[in-house]
Design a protein around this ligand. Structure first.
Ligand code: NAD
Length: 355
């Protein structure tokens, strides 16, 4: 049976080498005149460059974006937007910066123009997150979906190799889970396969030479597709586990996704054989049973860490993580059973092979 529901999301996407030059025109296209530019402390110079390009359209810069949108950072940015009478946010950076823009949009409905510089994919989703008292909450709201996205591969040129690899595998995780999502549909599955293929092709080339512009464009293209998958369909066990590990154990977001992906793919391989076979094929393999091992081999070839222990997960936290991840599970093709998830997390903590 080929039954499905497909809900398209409204967004204008411009993918072009040098797209940043189009920023003033695109801001004006949104009818905005007072732009608040958002970025991280480390990317402040890029924020300044964007503000300079905007000229009189720039009302101010907030370079206080940090991982997982702490509520204090959101409150401060909202206050700054209000004080400046901003009518638009330009979020230039990775998922943390775009997340800060979403926090502003959630309460003010200000339009966001996103200029992503990593492969995380937040720019294509109506999903927001915020952290208060160590607890991260997420939700979906169309007000936070960026109205316009400018993809400029030149802005990813200096993303370090290790961060590029981890961020690319974070994107790949969106695509893998989209293939077995509860609301999977043909168009999203096509995008997911293409995303996996482009990322698998581009990331090794980027690790070999971070200034390989063709590979940068290929990876950003894959990241766009993967972000569109994340925005379009629901995620499953993999994302639940990674949110738990990031939110409750403060593990680095992208690396956690990269390490866990072979294990969660392996967990689901018999329950979602067609989806995992598509993953394997996009990685140059043939059968569903190969998907986890192929993902692990790709991680290894990219020089990524391969165990949760390596990125600071305490061994005595694994039991708690299994408990949290299975308490209110997302839909998953294979039942999310505490003992099975615990065993998977123990293997991931040690970095065992999945073959
Ligand atoms: P990030 O935005 O925290 O960026 C990581 C670091 O890299 C930062 O210090 C940043 O300044 C720096 N950086 C970014 N781009 C760079 C570049 N081109 N060159 C040099 N340095 C650069 O990391 P991320 O992985 O992009 O985003 C992670 C956050 O995004 C998490 O909080 C995650 O939950 C969220 N996220 C949300 C969604 C969603 O749909 N809501 C999707 C994906 C990720």
């Amino acid at each position: 049976m080929l039954d499905f529901v497909y809900q398209a999301l409204p967004a204008r996407v411009i993918f072009q080498t040098g797209a940043l030059a189009r920023l003033p025109d695109e801001v004006q296209r949104l009818g905005a005149r007072r732009v608040l530019v958002l970025t991280t402390p480390g990317q402040r110079p890029l924020g300044e460059k964007a503000a300079q390009a905007l000229g009189p359209l720039a009302a101010g810069i907030c370079s206080e974006a940090v991982m997982h949108v702490p509520s204090e950072a959101a409150q401060a940015a909202r206050a700054q937007a209000e004080q400046l009478s901003a009518d638009c946010c330009v979020a230039i950076g990775g998922g943390s910066t775009i997340g800060l823009g979403k926090a502003i949009a959630l309460t003010s409905s200000l339009p966001i123009l996103a200029v992503p510089t990593t492969y995380a994919g937040s720019e294509m989703t109506p999903i927001y997150g915020m952290t208060e008292n160590g607890l991260k909450t997420t939700g979906r709201d169309l007000r936070v979906l960026p109205k316009t996205v400018l993809y400029d591969p030149l802005l990813t040129r200096d993303l370090p190799a290790a961060l590029s690899a981890a961020s690319g595998m974070n994107a790949m995780a969106h695509a893998v889970e989209a293939l077995y999502a509860q609301d999977a549909n043909p168009i999203v599955s096509l995008m997911a396969e293409e995303a996996i293929r482009s990322l698998a092709r581009a990331l090794p080339a980027i690790v070999a030479d971070i200034h390989d512009d063709a590979a940068r464009a290929d990876a950003l293209y894959g990241a766009w597709l993967a972000g569109a998958c994340l925005g379009a369909v629901g995620m499953a066990l993999h994302h639940k586990v990674c949110h738990t590990l990031g939110g409750s154990f403060n593990l680095p977001h992208a690396q956690t996704h990269a390490i866990m992906l072979p294990y969660t793919a392996h967990y689901n391989q018999t329950a979602a054989p067609k989806a995992l076979q598509r993953v394997a094929r996009a990685l140059g393999g043939d059968t569903a049973a190969q998907a986890g091992a192929l993902l692990m081999a790709l991680n290894r070839s990219l020089g990524l860490p391969w165990s949760l222990a390596q990125i600071g997960m305490p061994e005595d936290g694994v039991g708690q993580a299994a408990k949290i991840a299975t308490e209110n599970p997302y839909y998953n093709p294979r039942p999310v059973l505490h003992d099975d998830v615990l065993a998977m997390l123990q293997r991931a903590w040690r970095g065992d092979s999945v073959a």
